[in-house]
Ligand binder design. Structure first.
Ligand code: SF4
Length: 265
């Protein structure tokens, strides 16, 4: 179940992946693996390129099906796999894409992590409230995480206190903001300085949508506009973000693919 892409292989780490955001499984079930995704889904690396290749997508969907169909069996299988000698003292990145999409799934991961103290785990997450409730009160010693901006819970983050990651247009803007790039090694996101900068993927239409902003500032614009509409009692105009799919009824409530006035290309 654990794999290595080029980036993970370079740092000796392995990862576990779910399909990104919302979709429909071949059996017709719908899902939302990123219920707190905000603007990030409009420039999601995992909804682009190799991630969309049928064989890759099928593998990620098989991972999700296992979790959805029999979570206890998945948990035991993951604990068993992690018992292999090759995983001793290495790092596992939980979610190359996807997130801790339910409490039950998060608790299951916490049991896996505690069952394998000889393995190190890390994750990016936008599930701020879930982590505050389930993880922060008694975090396992072998688990580190970083909250990432660009989600619907951004305002719950405190960059003075929390370890946070933001996507910037480029390395220069990371340095100018006084943040610290994780580009050289993804583990810097949890082992380096607390303010983590991620240079945006060099995908032209994503960069155009980002429009020189960070994920945090883009999400703040969207949130402010939504609140202004709520205060004024007006109905926000809806704009379809190019590349998004029609909304699917997800298993857990996620954001609509129709956003008020987002500055899409
Ligand atoms: S949370 Fe990550 S994987 Fe999910 S939609 Fe956002 S960028 Fe993509």
């Amino acid at each position: 179940m654990l794999t290595q892409n080029r980036e993970m292989r370079a740092i000796g780490a392995w990862n576990w992946t779910l399909p990104a955001w919302a979709g429909r499984l071949p059996d017709g079930r719908t899902y939302n693996t990123c219920p707190s995704a905000g603007i990030c889904r409009h420039v999601c690396y995992a909804r682009h390129g190799t991630y969309t290749w049928p064989v890759v997508k099928a593998k990620h969907e098989a991972n999700l099906r296992f979790v959805l169909d029999d979570l206890p069996a998945w948990e035991q299988a993951m604990i068993s796999e992690l018992g292999a000698e090759k995983f001793r003292r290495v790092w596992i990145r939980i979610h190359d894409s996807g997130d801790f999409f339910t409490d039950a799934y998060t608790r299951s991961w916490l049991r896996v992590i505690r069952a394998r103290p000889e393995v190190n785990f890390y994750a990016y997450t936008k599930e701020v409230a879930r982590f505050r409730a389930l993880v922060e009160p008694a975090p396992p010693d072998n688990f580190l995480w970083v909250f990432s901006y660009g989600g619907t819970q951004d305002t719950a983050l405190d960059p003075e206190q929390d370890r946070v990651a933001d996507v910037f247009p480029d390395e220069e803007s990371i340095a100018a903001a006084g943040w610290h790039s994780q580009e050289a090694n993804d583990l810097l996101a949890v082992l380096g300085p607390r303010l983590v900068g991620i240079p945006a993927n060099r995908i032209p239409h994503f960069l155009k949508r980002l429009n020189g902003r960070t994920f945090r500032s883009w999400q703040a614009e969207v949130d402010a506009e939504r609140h202004a509409h709520i205060r004024s009692g007006t109905r926000p105009a809806l704009r379809v973000i190019p590349g998004d799919q029609p909304r699917l009824p997800a298993q857990s409530e996620g954001p609509s693919v129709l956003e008020p006035h987002e500055r899409a290309a």
